[in-house]
Design a protein around this ligand. Structure first.
Ligand code: ATP
Ligand code: MG
Length: 386
């Protein structure tokens, strides 16, 4: 049989799970990541160990693969543009560049008619000086390179804002008004080159310290009207970019009695990720098509069918915090003795606080059962209840 190779820029856990999905469907895989021990590089048929911008490495990836995707947001858009000369690259460099820049991302959302948190772009001292007081308290976020709450500072006064911008070395930033959140949710859509667009069920997400901690997905996790609005908004955002691939759009749901909810209509888009997303990991165990299979399908030009969730599920992130020292192994046996627990570890050599080391998905017949099991597993592992 002919070897068909799919490529991915980046060797983190998302690349690893993409590689697993691609290989299951008979594809060969190539990963470009400088780290010899990268989670995806270690399980891929081919691992090109060069910098992301290395022309020779990119050429090798391009020669080997029929199509290339990306697994992390900060992949240099220039590298994708170089690959795109000779190969299918999805998502495209332009969509990735927009997602990499909070200011451009917000303009795109606004152009799709989806409300965003009130904000100001801060790139110059003059822009800093004219920030209106009604954006405070707010969150100052670097316009690019942030993830898992990194590059963000909460500020309450103009003086704190000025100090925070200086601490961030005066790089381009966006100041967002701090909104009263009732809850957070996200939608994963997959869009093919023919414009066909499918979605996973809407995820309800709990963040702790700016990092995703728990995702709950089942009938009734969110009001149906909200689900419908979020899915419609995510699809508009994808089609507005002529997007091809898997896209995750994160939303805030505002406290219903707040002035902000009255002004913004309750549902506000936060940001998008041009790739599968941590909040979609449950789909590997709870849906008939996972977000990674959707990524393979969009990349290989295979048809998209609407995924069906066959089990209620809760996903718990396993952060480095539960590995107090390098030789410690968390108590997997009692966790896996609970019916419906699915352990995913990313094969990272070193644990550190807040680092995503793996996740645990719990499935079961009923929401009550899934919740009880998830709480038991969390207690065993020392993860705070939710
Ligand atoms: P990710 O890992 O999702 O890429 P990130 O570092 O890009 O994270 P954001 O999604 O911007 O960060 O913010 C992280 C979390 O901080 C949000 O999920 C939310 O809980 C909180 N947050 C961010 N912006 C606001 C806001 N304007 N008002 C209230 N809470 C916010
Ligand atoms: Mg986020």
């Amino acid at each position: 049989m002919k070897e068909i190779t799919l490529g991915v820029m980046g060797g983190g856990q998302l690349g690893r799970m993409f590689v697993h999905a691609a290989q299951r469907m008979g594809y060969f895989t190539a990963v470009l990541d400088p780290d010899p021990l990268s989670p995806a590089g270690r399980v891929s048929h081919h691992h090109i160990q060069t910098a992301y911008t290395d022309p020779a490495g990119l050429q090798q990836l391009s020669d080997r693969c029929v199509a290339v995707t990306t697994e992390f947001e900060n992949v240099p858009a220039q590298a994708l543009a170089q690959l795109a000369y000779a190969r299918t690259v999805s998502p495209g460099a332009e969509a990735v560049a927009i997602a990499q820049d909070r200011a451009r991302e917000k303009s795109h959302f606004e152009s799709c008619g989806v409300p965003v948190a009130p904000y100001a772009v801060i790139e110059t001292p003059v822009q800093l000086a004219v920030v209106p007081d009604d954006l405070l308290p707010g969150i100052l976020k670097t316009a690019s390179m942030g993830y898992d709450g990194k590059g963000q500072v909460r500020v309450h006064t103009q003086a704190e804002l000025a100090a925070a911008w200086a601490d961030l070395k005066n790089v381009p930033c966006v100041l967002e008004k701090m909104l009263p959140l009732q809850l957070e949710c996200s939608v994963i859509v997959a869009r093919g080159a023919d414009g066909a667009c499918v979605n996973l069920p809407v995820q309800r997400n709990l963040h702790r310290d700016g990092i995703l901690a728990v995702t709950e997905v089942f009938e009734g996790n969110l009001p149906p009207a909200l689900v419908e609005r979020a899915v419609a908004a995510a699809k508009l955002i994808a089609s507005g970019l002529q997007y091809v691939g898997v896209l995750c759009v994160e939303f805030f749901v505002l406290e219903p009695d707040s002035d902000d909810a009255a002004a913004l209509g309750g549902l506000v888009v936060n940001e998008m990720a041009p790739r599968p997303h941590n909040s979609g990991h449950y789909s590997m165990d709870a849906c008939d098509v996972s977000q990674f299979e959707l990524q393979v399908r969009t990349l290989a030009g295979l048809p998209l069918t609407q995924p069906r969730q066959h089990s209620p599920s809760i996903m718990l992130n396993l952060l480095g915090d539960i590995w107090p020292d390098p030789d410690f192994s968390p108590p997997w046996a009692p966790v896996l003795a609970l019916p419906g627990t699915h352990l995913h570890l990313y094969g990272k050599a070193k644990a550190s606080k807040g680092r995503k080391m793996g996740h645990l998905t719990i499935t079961g017949h009923t929401v009550e059962q899934v919740r009880a099991t998830a709480l038991q597993a969390a207690a065993i592992l020392g993860i705070a209840p939710f």
